[in-house]
Design a binder for this molecule. Structure first.
Ligand code: PGA
Length: 251
């Protein structure tokens, strides 16, 4: 059985100051106080995590936007999974297309998934196609990404991974996949997972949709897209809009 919907706000390189980050965290905390049936997580820039996690001590979890696969060592500028869990981080986004564009490979994604799981962090791994070709070759790319990110994981560990389907053409562009596209991809990812593990394990992997999710399209995407929640970028910077998105996943 899957659990409640999961909605993650990816703040990316926002907001500009720690004061604004704290205000946003307070607003999310206040507005989400009565939400019982959804798991809500916000992922601020690393540097705001200590302050934000002091505010979000209750129901809203704190995530990170990336993690390095080494725990420590000579890797300038990186943050390890142990450091994150020490600050109360529960989820970590891995393999976001904006990081893959900077050179992150499937192999690095896989190593990061292992590093996160070792520290009991929930990896939220992004997969997505750059463009949709009419022949449907993009499905092969998604299958390859899914297989790679699950590589070497025993079934129990697989059920702890969250997969976020984020078509790259829909991220920050205002162009959203239709609920039908999302539903097709949900079924496709489930069948891919079933091939690499068993049906029961596959059914327990949570799937999210991300890419220009807004208050205005979230209900339709949730009701007809078949995913278990959303990874929200731009719209998560407005607490009211973020809460409306969360509420749209609750019936
Ligand atoms: P967006 O970003 O909602 O601004 O399109 C989603 C994401 O990149 O996770």
């Amino acid at each position: 059985m899957k659990q409640s919907p999961l909605i993650i706000g990816n703040w990316k390189l926002n907001p500009g100051t720690s004061v604004e980050a704290k205000d946003l965290a307070q607003a999310v905390k206040k507005l989400s106080a009565k939400i019982e049936k959804a798991t809500v997580v916000v992922a601020p820039p690393f540097i705001f995590i200590p302050e934000v996690s002091k505010i979000l001590t209750g129901k809203v979890g704190v995530g990170a936007q990336d993690v390095h696969y080494e725990e420590r060592g000579a890797v300038t500028g990186e943050i390890g999974a142990g450091m994150l869990s020490g600050f109360g981080v529960t989820h970590v986004i891995i393999g976001h297309s904006e990081r893959r564009a900077l050179g992150e490979t499937d192999e690095m994604v896989s190593k990061k998934v292992h590093a996160a799981l070792k520290r009991k962090l929930t990896p939220v791994v992004c997969v997505g196609e750059r463009v949709r070709d009419k022949e449907g070759r993009f499905y092969h790319d998604i299958a390859a990404q899914v297989k790679y990110l699950m590589k070497g994981l025993p079934p129990v560990a697989m059920t702890r991974v969250v997969i976020a389907y984020e078509p790259i053409w829909a991220i920050g562009t205002g162009a959203t996949a239709t609920a039908e596209d999302v539903k097709e991809m949900q079924l496709f990812i489930m069948s891919t997972l079933t091939k690499i593990t068993d049906r029961k394990t596959a059914a327990r992997v949570r799937l999210l949709y991300g890419g220009s999710v807004k208050a205005s399209n979230a209900k339709e995407l949730h009701d007809n897209g078949g995913m278990d929640g959303f990874l929200v970028g731009g719209a998560s910077l407005d607490a009211n809009e973020f809460i409306t998105i969360i509420k749209s996943t609750l019936n």
